[in-house]
Ligand binder design. Sequence first.
Ligand SMILES: Cc1cc2nc3c(=O)[nH]c(=O)nc-3n(C[C@H](O)[C@H](O)[C@H](O)COP(=O)(O)OP(=O)(O)OC[C@H]3O[C@@H](n4cnc5c(N)ncnc54)[C@H](O)[C@@H]3O)c2cc1C
Length: 383
Amino acid sequence: MRAVVAGAGIGGLAAALALSRRGWAVEVIEAAQGLAEVGAGLQMSPNAMRVLDALGVAGRVEAEGFLPQAAELRHWRTGALHGAVALGDAARARWGATYVHVHRADLQAALLEAARDAGVVVTVATRVTGYADGGARVLTSDGDRAVDLLVGADGIRSAVRAAMLGDAPPRFTGQVAWRAVVPADRLPQGLVSPVAAVFCGPGRHAVLYRLRGGALVNLVAVEERAAWAEEDWRQAGDPADLARAFAGWAAPVAGVIAAVDACHLWGLFDRDPLPRWVDGRVALLGDAAHPMLPFMAQGAAQAIEDAAALARHVAGGATPAALAAYQAERRPRTSAIQAASRANAGLYHLHGAAALKLAILRLRPSLMRDRLDAVYGHDAVGG
Ligand SMILES: Cc1cc2nc3c(=O)[nH]c(=O)nc-3n(C[C@H](O)[C@H](O)[C@H](O)COP(=O)(O)OP(=O)(O)OC[C@H]3O[C@@H](n4cnc5c(N)ncnc54)[C@H](O)[C@@H]3O)c2cc1C
């Protein structure tokens, strides 16, 4: 059984590895000249770590990453705690796997190495442009491939999605994100706690967490904007603009921003849930299928879940029934998480009833943890 995976992002590499573990011969086709992930962090929640464990890469990711003790919501200016969820050992006890912060390049390298060891072929500088014959023929900038399965893991501007459903641009969400990584030794000791902290403020929020055993601190700072005029969705950011946008914020946010010497600014885009993800022998996965705001830290985690579920469903062949079952399992879950991610914008940016919700969280701290059970406790490996 031969599969082509379009895109060597986290989703595409996880799919390639999961398929090859189920006996598929896999070629990953990547448009970029080389494999280089964005210099930023990723939170990998237990639902994703459970899949990475089954794929044999969780140990490496844990060893190279950082295991936070808690996830916290805090006041933007005073830093006062609104609510927290215990992670560390508590995450493993409650959800059956660890919660890890990993540098994106480290996760990509771990998946790539394991995939190559399993016999996956990775072809770079080649673009998948579409498909024909119900997906039996993959069209690329380097000639056609005859396959039994085409996986469209080619991101939010997926060419495979466009071939399946038509070319509709993603929607600007009214949010932009600065991203930066700062060496911890440039910061006062103890400034950044060993947790994932979200500081919630009017019209913006900031997320801080540690990477690489604590040697790096990752910053994501999100601000509402009416429009994104840039052609590209990523541009070099000016640390001075970042500092201005977050002037007066709590000491950890202000301290990290003061140490930023280079950052990027991203326009955040998403889509409504797609009407379908499969067509003939073609299946979409990851951001190609369900781009979402990063406000539940679930985009890559859901791509990794998709990979496990797809490989399980097509273990006996990519039949229409197998692909329909994949879509039926995954679409409702990712649609709900897309919606929840959007809803978190209101909470984090103090819109509507956010003040009331945060007050309730302070009174009932277990609410935050209980709401995460369905997301973090999910087993995409076993189904
Ligand atoms: C600020 C921010 C913070 C985030 N934080 C988290 C987090 O903490 N946890 C989490 O789980 N998620 C997080 N996410 C979401 C996560 O980054 C994405 O959901 C995830 O990277 C999607 O992976 P993917 O493999 O589906 O797509 P991508 O990473 O976009 O990969 C697609 C790949 O396909 C290639 N490609 C594109 N077109 C073609 C083509 N035609 N042919 C061949 N190759 C092609 C691209 O070059 C790329 O390598 C965050 C996102 C943002 C913006």
